[in-house]
Structure formats: C-alpha cells, structure tokens
Ligand binder design. Structure first.
Ligand SMILES: [Zn+2]
Length: 199
C-alpha cells in the first residue's frame, strides 16, 4: 500500500497554538472559500473537543459524531460540518491534496491523533480492506455502482439538505429505492463498512 506519510510537527504533546502551515478552513470544502475565523482560533476550538492521551494512543473526539463514529467539526461559520479527523489533518499538516483520502492507521474513525492519519487513495483503501479480508458484505452484495465512500457522500449530502431521494438517484445513476434504502440504513449498514479511509 502506497501510503504518504505526512511530516509530523515536532511536538504534539501540547495542542498547536499556531499551525506551521496557515490553512484556510475554507479549503475544507471544495468551491467554498469564505473568509472564516483565523486558523489559530480554529485549532484552539478543535483541540477543546479532543481527549488527548499519550502520543501514540488514539485521541478521540469528544463532540458529536456521525453514525460511523467520525467526529463532527463545524467550519465556515457553522455552515459546513467536516469530519473531525480530516480537520485534524488540515490543521496539522495542511490542505488535503486533490484526489487523496485521509486514512487511519488505527481504523478508529473517532480518532484525530495526527500520528494515526495518513493520505491514501481510494484504490489503496479498497486493496487494504481486501488484504485484510474486510471487503464488506455491502460492497460484495449491493449495487456495484456504489461503494461505502460514495454512500457516505450521499448520506452527508442528504443530511446537509437540498437533495431529494430522486435527485440523488439521478446524480449517482441508481434507482430512487436504492437511495431510500441506504438513507434509512436498510442497506450499506455502517457496521459493515470496512475501509480505512473516508471522503
Ligand atoms: Zn488512532
């Protein structure tokens, strides 16, 4: 698996007051580059929601989480909810390169310890899951047009509002019933999901 290991900050024993690389949280969401709070303030707000342990332990998010365990972190003036571990990556390492996913060494989506995060591709994600025998029953049995990464995206889009079952079905080229089923959790159940990375 071709992991890209980001350069770690020298000392993470204390929350970073000022990121080495100044990051606009607007970068978290494609196409939105609104002026937001200063990165320093974002980092401070972020670390308040993290239970930090020893350097190599999982540092779990203590705020609200998605159904899959990933923390929810509001950005862009509360307009956008980003996954907390992705926010951790950006705060500590800088923007996520296009086409890359933020992945966990530890498989713990609630974890935001930057030491446990790395960049991978969707291909890495799936081959890693396959190697570990963890390709989910969902990905084996359900419509092959979808993957957990896509399902996660659909659920987030729906939760944010502005999409109907029908418009999502059209966007992703599947039946409305497929969308309804995955949104109510009848298919693509979160406990079945296995990949290390996420959108
Ligand atoms: Zn961890």
């Amino acid at each position: 698996m071709s992991k890209i290991q980001p350069q770690l900050p020298l000392d993470l024993s204390e929350p970073r007051k000022k990121p080495v690389q100044v990051v606009s949280m607007g970068d978290l969401v494609e196409g939105r580059r609104k002026r937001g709070p200063k990165p320093k303030d974002i980092a401070t707000r972020f670390w308040k929601k993290v239970k930090r342990g020893e350097p190599d332990e999982c540092w779990e998010w203590t705020g609200a989480t998605w159904a899959d365990g990933a923390g929810q972190f509001y950005v862009n003036g509360k307009e956008t909810v980003e996954k907390a571990y992705r926010a951790s990556f950006i705060i500590n390492f800088g923007p996520i390169p296009d086409g890359m996913l933020v992945c966990h060494h530890c498989d713990n989506r609630r974890c935001v310890n930057p030491r446990h995060l790395f960049l991978g591709t969707q291909k890495d994600n799936m081959s890693d899951a396959a190697v570990k025998g963890r390709i989910s029953s969902g990905e084996r049995h359900y419509n092959s047009k979808l993957s957990y990464a896509v399902v996660s995206e659909i659920r987030i889009l729906y939760e944010k509002g502005g999409f109907t079952h029908k418009s999502l079905a059209k966007k992703y080229g599947v039946a409305s019933a497929t969308i309804s089923d995955l949104l109510r959790g009848a298919t693509w159940k979160n406990h079945e999901r296995v990949g290390l990375c996420d959108l």
